[in-house]
Design a protein around this ligand. Structure first.
Ligand SMILES: N[C@@H](CCC(=O)N[C@@H](CS)C(=O)NCC(=O)O)C(=O)O
Length: 209
């Protein structure tokens, strides 16, 4: 059983999508980051960086923060969504790292400046939106040649997809990125994604371009 310390953000969603896809049992423990629950001492013991997601594996009481590390751990535990072949595995890890260093922090800034604080910092809005479009172009070029980012559906797709699912917040028209749109739509239809999106409560339908 995996305890998932969770709030409804793209980084949180990654973990649910993985667990649903891998079929590992889990339970959600909400951490309301709007109310500052990420700073509670009991949460800081599990996640010293005071951010969700974090997990505790109740099979061995091992705790872990950072969504990329959590996905790698869960993939090894389940033996799924990460190839055993070394070169294929590193292709997945490459795109996982791309997500952790690119769309994660950059789209996060787009949400901060364009969705929540529009008009306060035009330079920041322009800078981060431009970078978001650059990243969408990188992904689009990759997906022009590959069905999924690392050929077979993998933890790398699971890491990236939740950030793209906020394309409306980012003011990004997915029709401008035909390959991303195709990939996004295919993944959105997966039963595990449909299930994971609505745990622990129904947050409405997945946005579709
Ligand atoms: N690199 C971290 C980022 C985690 C992160 O930024 N979590 C956000 C929600 S998506 C959070 O907990 N924010 C709380 C805060 O800013 O205090 C990961 O991938 O797990």
């Amino acid at each position: 059983m995996i305890d998932v310390y969770y709030w409804g953000t793209p980084n949180g969603l990654k973990i649910k999508l993985f667990l649903e896809e891998a079929g590992l049992p889990y339970r959600i423990i909400p951490v309301d980051i709007g109310k500052g629950e990420q700073f509670r001492p009991e949460f800081l013991k599990i996640a010293p960086n005071n951010r969700i997601p974090a997990i505790v594996d109740r099979d061995n009481n091992f705790s872990l923060m950072e969504s990329g590390a959590i996905l790698l751990y869960l993939a090894e535990k389940a033996g799924k969504l990460l190839p055993t072949d070394t070169l294929k595995r590193y292709r997945v890890i490459e795109w996982l790292m791309w997500q952790m260093g690119g769309p994660g922090p950059m789209f996060g800034q787009v949400h901060h400046f364009l969705k929540y604080n529009r008009g306060k910092a035009p330079y920041a809005e322009e800078r981060y939106l431009k970078e978001a479009h650059r990243l969408y172009s990188v992904l689009d070029r990759r997906l022009a040649q590959h069905k999924f980012v690392a050929d077979d559906y993998s933890m790398a797709d699971i890491a990236i997809w939740p950030w793209v699912s906020r394309y409306e917040w980012q003011t990004v028209d997915l029709h401008a990125y035909a390959n991303v749109k195709r990939w996004y739509t295919v993944i959105a239809r997966r039963p595990a994604v449909q299930r994971g999106y609505k745990v622990p409560k129904d947050v409405g339908e997945i946005p579709m371009p």
